[in-house]
Design a protein around this ligand. Structure first.
Ligand code: V4E
Length: 223
């Protein structure tokens, strides 16, 4: 379902009370919410090794995959840009199809092809998917005046890490370049001067609670 596929362009940043003040000065808080995420993978990390992230958030399934070929391996030594770009898929049958492709499960392996259901998690067992990370995030969201389509999220994870992100959602076929330009401009307005990619919640979570998976993903250049 192409309508439900968009590209999320995002840049993470570290923030303190000064950054927060800058954001409150030039932006409007558009809400605070809390959500619980559960992430799933095979025991041998077939999804995350391909930089594919399957999660359940607020009773809905979401799949984040790189916009660069899903079937290719992650390029070693690639200069990691400040912005990440991921395709977001929210349609469950489409997610199931993608996940099967990435972990290369054929219908014969599954015996009978099944229809994944929101109410029943048995399709996870069919694909040998287990939960490897689980945490709650409290998120405050802001918009900036004169910065159309740009959202700023300030996330506090329950395991004691906080991180901000500047985000632009680009509809399928939309202009990713101009989204990156908007993000760069917003970062400038906030006075951010990071030159390196900032760790996301997942990176910190894996390092702390899943050191084996963290080491494998690090050496595969996923993180
Ligand atoms: C894509 C990805 C992961 C999945 C979680 O994505 P993230 O944007 O970090 O989470 P969140 O809660 O902010 O999702 P949102 O609400 O914005 O949809 S975990 C790791 N990655 C890849 C990745 C990476 N290697 N480095 C950075 C800086 N970000 C993401």
């Amino acid at each position: 379902n192409f309508l439900q596929m968009s590209v999320e362009v995002e840049r993470k940043f570290l923030f303190d009370s000064d950054t927060l003040k800058a954001i409150e000065d030039i932006g409007d808080c558009v809400g605070q919410k809390q959500f619980h995420d559960k992430y799933f993978d095979t025991p041998d990390f077939k999804l995350t090794l391909r930089d594919v992230w399957l999660r359940r958030r607020k009773q809905s399934w979401e799949l984040k995959c790189p916009i660069d070929p899903v079937n290719g391996t992650v390029e070693p030594g690639r200069e990691k840009s400040l912005c990440t770009r991921y395709k977001e898929i929210t349609n469950l049958p489409e997610i199931y199809q993608r996940v099967k492709e990435v972990i290369k499960v054929t219908c014969e392996d599954c015996k009978a092809d099944i229809t994944p259901s929101d109410e029943d998690d048995s399709w996870l067992n069919t694909l040998k998917l287990c939960c490897f990370a689980e945490f709650t995030t409290t998120r405050r969201s802001f918009t900036l005046k004169g910065e159309d389509g740009v959202k700023i999220d300030l996330d506090q994870a329950d395991f004691g890490y906080h991180v901000g992100e500047i985000e632009v959602l680009v509809p399928e076929g939309g202009d990713i370049q101009s989204a990156q330009e908007k993000i760069r401009h917003t970062a400038q307005r906030l006075g951010l001067n990071e030159e390196r990619r900032v760790e996301g919640k997942m990176t910190v979570y894996l390092k702390r609670y899943r050191p084996e998976q963290y080491a494998i993903l690090l050496s595969a250049h996923v993180l």
